[in-house]
Design a protein around this ligand. Sequence first.
Ligand SMILES: Nc1nc2c(ncn2[C@@H]2O[C@H](COP(=O)(O)OP(=O)(O)OP(=O)(O)O)[C@@H](O)[C@H]2O)c(=O)[nH]1
Length: 320
Amino acid sequence: MTTDASLEILIADDDRVPRRLLRRMLERWGHRVIEVENGLQAWQALNVESPPHIAILDWMMPGIDGIELCRRLDQRVDAPLVYTILSTSKRDESDLVHALDNGAHDFQSKPISPGELQARLAVGRRLVEMHDRLQASLNEMERLATTDVLTGIANRRHFYACANRALDQAGTRGNTVSTLLLDVDRFKEINDRYGHSAGDSALCQIATLCQGLLRPTDMVARFGGDEIVILLPNTLLDEAVTIAERLRLTIANTALRLENRDPAKLSVSIGCASSSASGIGIDELLGRADAALLKAKSEGRNRVVSDSGTTQSSQPLGSV
Ligand SMILES: Nc1nc2c(ncn2[C@@H]2O[C@H](COP(=O)(O)OP(=O)(O)OP(=O)(O)O)[C@@H](O)[C@H]2O)c(=O)[nH]1
């Protein structure tokens, strides 16, 4: 919304003289005006990401009439509110009812009275501002509901929602979804030696490293504690193992900043599994990745193990 008193207002009217008069009046009141002369131009100006706050639409216009514009705006999902005022020389109650029933927010008879229009614009402003505040709160609630507070990556619940969707799509299209379960090795020692907040900082940096190495279509989520889960849509198991190995090596070779301590290198163990068997659910997929992760831990850590039993060799690390 605007920070000052001015609104952005679209005037759509095929009649040039009243359109110009209205424009001059609105500009005198400090508003910014977009002027169009038919319904098609109006729709092009309104059907955008950041449309004008208010549209004053003539009922009868060539191309698309005012009522149809109101109906179309009303049907836009997840779009900013455009407060619509239908202006017309029609005066019957049935016309007013028809306009409001079809999505118009307000109705202004011609000729337009300045005092009345100012009052209607004030109502429009209140509604648009309320809508904007509500949308911002919803966006923030959605962010909080899907994000892990510590690391800023997706949380477990959001991972499950996305993984279920990816598995459904993969089932329909015959694709493979792979998943990686990554656990930091001997993380308890980091907490014990350097303190919990140094451990927190290490987790954040590992999450960021993972995100930086993956495609935008992949998903990195905090599974809980020192475990990170990664969703790789449309990825075969051997490709997933290659990706996991790249993550493992990068993390092992990166000196992490642990607050006021000297930088330290940590290793991770990773279990990989894929959905190549038809009809596999997320719990089974994660169960297989977890079994592979346990194997990686029991074989000595700092390694990648796949569901098929393949183990990638580990590399020596600088001591923590
Ligand atoms: N700093 C920090 N530590 C956490 C967090 N969540 C869990 N932990 C700690 O992470 C450690 C996880 O330990 P485990 O995974 O059981 O064992 P580990 O020491 O990593 O050893 P291995 O997994 O067997 O290699 C525990 O000491 C938890 O207290 C967190 O949000 N921040």
